[in-house]
Design a binder for this molecule. Structure first.
Ligand SMILES: C[S@@+](CC[C@H](N)C(=O)[O-])C[C@H]1O[C@@H](n2cnc3c(N)ncnc32)[C@H](O)[C@@H]1O
Length: 246
């Protein structure tokens, strides 16, 4: 599932229904439960940290996201986490976290080289001794955007109990210069017109990704191609990376 309705309060309310808990969340939850302090960059509605708190995590949990509408959802569900509005430029963390994560393909929201490097340098500064940065990005070899077509309609239920249909549409020719541009479309019974949210995601191959990590002073420790911790493969769905300070 691809989702890009972060900026709009009423559309952000659909996020958790559109992105139910999955194997990726289980993968991260295990890591979060085992870490004393966790920074979740691009935390969205905060599903991961909320679940960790509910399961008894007692340490420091911080969720960072530049979309106020997403943090409204997070705060509504759980006040017992530090929810911070902004991106990695809003604060400088100094070796404070055992674990930094970027989940739900939040890393692909970083579109320009400079954005990626600013984020990775902030992550490096935030990691305590032995700390790990764990995140995933969709493998461009799997060509996920080819399945983001209007024929695939997801039906969810709005707050008033009425059905809402959601579909995606890629703009242009798919992957162009490492980017995929798309729309996310919402249509509800009785709405005068569908509501459309625009998104851009960057797709990096493993080699280019490693180049960015190295430039930011981070080193790859482990890499997986799927949530079962299988190896990277040319057309596997994910590039899941565990990195630490170089
Ligand atoms: C697909 S959502 C993932 C949310 C959450 N991590 C999850 O797994 O459900 C991507 C999130 O990244 C956030 N985001 C966009 N640009 C960002 C940036 N430059 N730095 C950090 N987060 C960003 C969006 O606001 C959005 O909440």
């Amino acid at each position: 599932m691809v989702d890009h309705s972060f900026a709009d309060l009423s559309l952000a309310a659909f996020y958790d229904s559109l992105n139910p808990w999955g194997p990726g969340d289980d993968f991260y939850l295990g890591l979060v439960i085992g870490a004393r302090s966790v920074l979740d960059i691009g935390c969205g509605t905060g599903q991961l940290l909320r679940r960790a708190r509910a399961q008894g995590h007692r340490g420091r949990l911080m969720g960072l996201d530049p979309a106020a509408a997403m943090l409204v959802q997070a705060r509504r569900e759980c006040g017992d986490v530090e929810w911070v509005l902004g991106d990695t430029r809003v604060r400088r963390w100094d070796r404070e976290f055992d674990l930094v994560v970027m989940t739900g393909h939040a890393f692909q929201e970083l579109v320009r080289d400079e954005e990626i490097l600013v984020c990775l340098r902030a992550v490096r500064a935030a990691l305590g001794d032995g700390g790990r940065f764990v995140f995933e990005t969709r493998n461009p070899g799997a060509r996920a955007w080819e399945r983001w077509t209007p024929e695939r309609v997801y039906e969810i239920t709005g707050a008033d109990g009425t059905p809402v249909r959601v579909w995606h549409e890629v703009r242009g020719d798919g992957l162009a210069q490492g980017l995929v541009r798309f729309t996310e479309n919402f249509e509800g019974d009785g709405w005068t017109a569908p509501r459309v949210s625009h998104g851009v995601l960057r797709f990096l191959d493993a080699e280019t990704l490693e180049g960015f990590l190295t430039e930011a002073g981070l080193a790859v420790v482990e890499q997986y191609g799927d949530w079962g911790r299988g190896p990277l493969t040319p057309a596997g769905p994910e590039i899941i990376t565990v990195a630490r300070r170089a």
